[in-house]
Ligand binder design. Structure first.
Ligand code: NAD
Length: 503
């Protein structure tokens, strides 16, 4: 029988308060600390084509809502095939006449300027990112926006050093590239795509996710302020149909997609037989592996960061925890204690650890997979606490007694849900970690350097973190194996996906 245990200790009751007052993270009550910077949102966002904001030819718009309270934030233009065509043609003109022939040292100046202008408006962008996507303000403020600027800075540094991209070979840009990104890191995914493409001399047409288009269109304002020549970057907004029209348009020489494995496969099937270059950054089901010699308190912090960061809306989330049997009980007890302290709620509050789930559909998907975990016999633990009445929220969730056959051990949940499995030997840990269709990332916690080297050699994952988790740097390439995709973003390797190599 599935068992359900919960944090029934009634922390508030111990303090003489009644249970309904207990809210998440309420070991110590915090006063609300809302971020107050003005996100400077417009009521309506048009397409960004050829350096200008233009209405979609169909005249159609859709709503973008704040997942924290379900209120409408803005209307977003719905791009159809003719808008996509106009964007691709603008990009080709810009490539042929301006950006392609421009020396790399000149291109670099624009990328530096974009990074600096984003830094100037960092708080405004952080608030907009949190309103549109639901992630806690401390993450938008301390991670998403600074890392986005860092990617533009890093790639500005490459733009005038093309001879070092592939030593001994000449590199040339591909032309126009078509890019589609997901909703979990709207600004950062955009920077991962646009910055290397521009640095190498390509022009871009990009489609953001339909639930998170606002910061992308705000960045277009920065492109205008930076004087980026018209057509070098174009944004078309809309859902899957717009994305499909962009991916299959004849002008782009390359497509770069980040999103789910299912959609990635659809795109690959649709484009099979064309000569388009492709990179695919797809889903993951990472194993975070804790050995009995690991410093457990640090490991627990890393595990919590690995799965609850950004509500678990992270492709490389450490969603499967593999624990060495001798320390299973100790790790589980520490994890339960730790997640009782996580503050779930208003993403704009500076104390919030877990914000809103990005959309109603995503919340439904998380609930379905969690229900399957209970049905299939895993043991569920969720802390008590009151979730906000409006908006999309989900409690931090631990599943123990998980086996490799459970759906929660195999499928990407993309929410704050950790599936805990155990192992006895190093080989069993490697076997279980690699027993997945995905291969994006993994984590290892141990005191032994030799074990880290063995694990990082044998784990089939694009990134292996040791005694840390979710660490990123623009100089460090990121990408997957198997159904997690192909190609790399970041570092010198990421540049190679945006150039033609000549002898
Ligand atoms: P999704 O695949 O549903 O959508 C991604 C994007 O593709 C959106 O912009 C969407 O509008 C568009 N799209 C949908 N159908 C399309 C089609 N037929 N043709 C072209 N475009 C189409 O993914 P999501 O739910 O937005 O994002 C979550 C997924 O993204 C997770 O699986 C996650 O692991 C993955 N992801 C991977 C990485 C990585 O670097 N590997 C990074 C972030 C997210």
């Amino acid at each position: 029988m599935p068992t359900l245990s919960s944090a029934s200790s009634k922390t508030s009751a111990r303090r003489g308060r009644t249970a309904p007052e207990l809210v998440f993270g309420d070991l110590w009550p915090f006063d609300p600390a809302p971020e107050t910077a003005d996100p400077k949102l417009k009521a309506r966002y048009d397409l960004f084509i050829d350096g200008k904001f233009v209405a979609p030819k169909s005249g159609k718009y859709f709503d973008s809502i704040n997942p924290a309270n379900e209120r409408k934030l803005a209307r977003i233009a719905l791009a159809g095939p003719s808008d996509v065509d106009a964007a691709c043609r603008a990009a080709r003109r810009a490539f042929e006449k301006v950006w392609g022939p421009m020396p790399g040292r000149e291109r670099a100046k624009y990328l530096f300027r974009i990074a600096r202008l984003l830094q100037d408006r960092a708080r405004e962008f952080a608030v907009a990112e949190t309103l549109d996507g639901g992630k806690p303000i401390k993450e938008s403020r301390d991670f998403d926006v600074p890392m986005t600027a860092a990617h533009f800075f890093y790639h500005a540094g490459w733009a005038d050093k093309l001879e070092y991209v592939a030593p001994g070979r000449q590199v040339a840009p591909l032309g126009v590239v078509a890019q589609v990104i997901p909703w979990n890191f709207p600004l950062l995914m955009l920077a991962w795509k646009i910055a290397p493409a521009l640095a190498m001399g390509n022009c871009v047409v990009l489609k953001p996710a339909e639930t998170t288009s606002i910061t992308c269109l705000k960045l277009a304002e920065i492109f205008q302020d930076a004087g980026l020549p018209p057509g070098v970057v174009n944004f078309v907004t809309g859902a899957g149909e717009t994305g499909a029209a962009l991916m299959s348009h004849p002008i782009p020489a390359k497509i770069a997609f980040t999103g789910s494995t299912a959609v990635g496969k659809t795109i690959l099937r649709a484009l099979a037989g064309t000569d388009k270059r492709m990179t695919m950054e797809l889903g993951g089901k990472a194993a975070n592996i804790v050995f009995d010699d690991a410093p457990l308190d640090q490991a627990v912090e890393g595990i919590v960061n690995g799965i609850f960061f950004n509500q678990g809306h992270v492709c490389c989330a450490g969603s499967r925890l593999l624990v060495h049997e001798p320390v299973t009980e100790a790790v589980l007890a520490r994890l339960k204690h730790r997640i009782r302290q996580l503050k779930v709620g208003d993403p704009l509050d500076k104390n919030t650890d877990i914000g809103a789930i990005n959309s109603r559909e995503q919340l439904k998907k998380i609930r379905t997979l969690v229900a399957s975990g209970v049905r299939e016999g895993a043991t569920l633990y969720q802390p008590d606490g009151i979730l906000p009445a409006k908006g999309f929220y989900f409690r931090p969730t631990l599943f123990s007694e998980v086996t490799m056959s459970h759906r929660i051990a195999r499928e990407e949940i993309f929410g704050p849900v950790l599936s805990i499995l155990t192992f006895r030997t190093v080989d069993e840990a490697i076997e279980k970690a690699n027993n997945t269709a995905f291969g994006l990332s993994a984590g290892v916690w141990t005191d032994k350097g030799s074990r880290i080297l063995k694990m990082s050699t044998e784990l089939k994952a694009g990134v292996v973190w040791a005694n840390t988790y979710n660490k990123f740097d623009p100089a460090s390439p990121f990408g997957g194996y198997k159904e997690s995709g192909f190609g790399r973003e970041g570092g010198r390797q990421g540049l190679l996906d945006y150039v033609i190599l000549k002898p």
